[in-house]
Design a protein around this ligand. Structure first.
Ligand SMILES: *[C@@H]1O[C@H](CO)[C@@H](O)[C@H](O)[C@H]1NC(C)=O
Ligand SMILES: *[C@@H]1O[C@H](CO)[C@@H](O)[C@H](O)[C@H]1NC(C)=O
Ligand SMILES: *[C@@H]1O[C@H](CO)[C@@H](O)[C@H](O)[C@H]1NC(C)=O
Ligand SMILES: *[C@@H]1O[C@H](CO)[C@@H](O)[C@H](O)[C@H]1NC(C)=O
Ligand SMILES: *[C@@H]1O[C@H](CO)[C@@H](O)[C@H](O)[C@H]1NC(C)=O
Ligand SMILES: *[C@@H]1O[C@H](CO)[C@@H](O)[C@H](O)[C@H]1NC(C)=O
Ligand SMILES: *[C@@H]1O[C@H](CO)[C@@H](O)[C@H](O)[C@H]1NC(C)=O
Ligand SMILES: *[C@@H]1O[C@H](CO)[C@@H](O)[C@H](O)[C@H]1NC(C)=O
Ligand SMILES: *[C@@H]1O[C@H](CO)[C@@H](O)[C@H](O)[C@H]1NC(C)=O
Ligand SMILES: *[C@@H]1O[C@H](CO)[C@@H](O)[C@H](O)[C@H]1NC(C)=O
Ligand SMILES: *[C@@H]1O[C@H](CO)[C@@H](O)[C@H](O)[C@H]1NC(C)=O
Ligand SMILES: *[C@@H]1O[C@H](CO)[C@@H](O)[C@H](O)[C@H]1NC(C)=O
Length: 473
């Protein structure tokens, strides 16, 4: 769930690292490309989502099919140098409780597209319970979005994908309610963010034979993993050939416990607030169970981006409830904490459509045992369960790397896997593979080859730039 402040933080050696198997260094003489990914204030400012008519639901929203485009607009982004064009699509989707809803995705076309098209559904670590901190608004140049650390956490993925000739769709997968950490919300809004891209005649004249992959880290991995397990039901018909996700919150409670009292405890508040945005029953329980300070903290998390939530760091999150840590053992929160368990079967009393919880396409999953943000503890059992059920899963683990570092450290392995998924060159024996460590080490020729020179140049320059900035986590 970490909004990886990351490009940066990732390039610093973790203070508490047990060991440092990967040496993070900025490439010598790297160009300061990161500057061009800062918010571009030279184009005209547009309104925040909560005020922008582009985001209004049409009266007849019910009549739109899932994934149908409601509105489309070209958009200026910081990626003009690597994209042929970029658009924002506002599309029909379905909320976690089955109501008609709508969300926005920002889509990019490559300069030299592969044919038939290859598309990445890129799930960003949005990590916010505020509708004005979503990734689409942050991607649009000159908007004044406060979510300034969100762009560096996905810039390398956008550049790497475009430079390989892949299209990219970056949905506001938390949906209109900013339902951070709601797996069902992100699965549906994410899947429809792919459908909307495929439906865009601005982007494609011919999608016959297209293939898609899904990728995300941290909060983005939550969305990517849930979207992947819903492919056979909600995502039926989509030609998704693989997925990768890392730093995945497999279960919510261990991660809340890990975050509480720590330097990123705001994430735990945002996650709880976001889940309440999806489910009114949970939100009503909050209203009767939070202390006054807790009410204020939740209101803050719903009105400010991560950058404005420093006052929620280093706090005990459970103390925000009148009954302290016992509060989350009550029936209503238990129901929703149980719902957020990745991989379990859900029938249509828990979600608008069912899922078996089994990963239906080849997946590359990765996690550091020393991740201090998203708990590693429940991950091995999830992997064992998927493997026992026949998933085609490659699971890689490492140790000594912090959360943000792990994202960068595995990018070479991620792109090697996703490219093989597109090419149909994955090992077709099927089944599970457990990999200890990293194949394509940061900065190695293999790493640079897999992510491409443009993304490498960006990462390397980010290293130089980012060292000067401190995010505290
Ligand atoms: C910022 O926007 C201006 C005007 O749209 C454009 O000329 C410039 O190239 C943009 N800068 C970057 C870094 O994208
Ligand atoms: C959208 O998906 C939901 C959940 O599968 C379904 O109930 C609904 O009928 C779909 N909407 C349309 C217009 O097909
Ligand atoms: C993009 O930037 C150019 C140059 O500033 C401007 O003319 C154009 O209107 C902008 N397009 C959008 C959609 O904002
Ligand atoms: C690039 O974008 C333009 C419109 O901006 C479009 O006419 C053209 O077909 C696109 N090229 C590719 C290769 O997609
Ligand atoms: C969802 O739809 C139901 C019935 O159509 C309605 O009662 C409820 O208020 C809706 N929920 C939201 C969050 O809009
Ligand atoms: C669309 O793409 C497919 C696969 O590349 C190709 O076989 C087909 O001829 C194309 N159709 C049109 C109308 O260009
Ligand atoms: C495009 O929108 C239609 C509804 O108009 C929807 O049924 C379809 O699934 C979407 N296309 C794709 C490729 O998903
Ligand atoms: C953005 O930052 C400004 C200035 O601190 C603040 O007034 C505003 O409420 C913030 N908005 C969000 C959504 O974070
Ligand atoms: C909450 O329940 C768990 C078992 O489900 C138990 O281990 C824990 O002690 C309980 N916490 C409190 C504060 O009652
Ligand atoms: C990865 O997990 C296995 C257990 O499945 C463990 O034996 C191994 O030490 C771990 N490797 C690393 C690098 O953490
Ligand atoms: C494919 O996977 C199987 C089982 O893990 C392994 O024995 C085999 O060596 C792999 N083949 C290749 C070409 O990697
Ligand atoms: C795993 O791959 C094998 C071989 O390609 C395939 O038969 C099987 O259905 C796959 N399993 C899942 C859960 O997709």
């Amino acid at each position: 769930m970490m909004r990886l402040a990351i490009l940066l933080a990732a390039l610093l050696v973790a203070k508490r690292a047990v060991a440092a198997p990967v040496e993070f260094q900025a490439a010598p003489g790297a160009v300061s490309l990161l500057r061009s990914f800062a918010v571009n204030s030279s184009s005209s400012a547009s309104l925040p989502p909560s005020e922008d008519p582009f985001y209004h639901f049409p009266d007849d929203l019910d009549t739109y099919g899932n994934g149908t485009i409601i509105r489309s607009r070209p958009v200026n982004t910081s990626f003009a140098a690597v994209a042929n064009s970029s658009y924002q699509l506002f599309y029909r989707t379905t909320s976690a409780v089955g109501n008609a809803s709508a969300a926005l995705t920002t889509v990019f076309s490559p300069r030299a597209p592969v044919s038939p098209p290859q598309i990445m559904l890129l799930m960003a670590p949005i990590d916010s319970a505020s509708p004005d901190c979503q990734v689409g608004y942050a991607l649009e140049s000159g908007t004044g979005s406060n979510a300034t650390t969100l762009l560096p956490s996905i810039a390398a993925d956008i550049v790497a994908s475009l430079s390989k000739g892949w299209y990219v769709s970056v949905p506001d997968h938390e949906g209109a309610e900013a339902a951070f950490i709601s797996g069902v919300t992100s699965a549906f809004a994410g899947i429809d963010g792919l459908r909307a891209a495929l439906n865009s005649s601005d982007l494609f004249s011919n999608t016959t034979g297209y293939k898609a992959v899904i990728h995300g880290y941290s909060g983005g991995a939550d969305a990517a993993s849930w979207a992947t397990q819903f492919l056979p039901t909600y995502g039926q018909g989509l030609q998704v050939v693989g997925a990768s996700f890392g730093g995945t919150p497999v279960r919510l409670l261990p991660t809340l416990e890990l975050l509480s009292n720590g330097s990123a405890s705001f994430l735990a508040v945002s996650a709880l607030a976001g889940l309440g945005n999806a489910y009114s029953e949970l939100d009503a329980w909050y209203n009767s169970s939070l202390t006054t300070a807790g009410q204020d903290a939740f209101a803050l998390a719903r009105s400010q981006c991560a950058e404005g939530l420093a006052s929620l760091n280093n706090i005990n999150v459970f103390d925000l409830f009148t009954n302290g840590s016992a509060a989350l053992n009550e029936t209503v929160p238990q129901k929703y904490l149980a719902l957020e368990q990745l991989g379990q079967p859900l029938d249509n009393t828990s979600a608008p459509v069912n899922t078996s919880g089994l990963l239906p396409v080849p997946v590359f999953m990765y996690h550091s045992e020393t991740d201090g943000t998203v708990s590693y503890a429940p991950v091995p059992a999830y992997v064992d369960d998927q493997c026992a059920r026949g998933a085609n899963l490659t699971f890689a683990n490492t140790t000594g790397l912090a959360h943000a570092q792990t994202y960068i450290a595995y990018e070479g392995d991620v792109y090697q896997f996703l490219a093989a998924a597109f090419d149909g060159s994955l090992n077709t024996t099927g089944g599970c593979t457990r990999q200890s460590g990293i194949v394509n080490a940061f900065g190695s020729p293999g790493y640079i080859r897999e992510i491409g020179l443009a993304a490498w140049t960006l990462l390397a320059s980010a290293g130089a730039n980012v060292r000067r900035r401190s995010y505290g986590w």
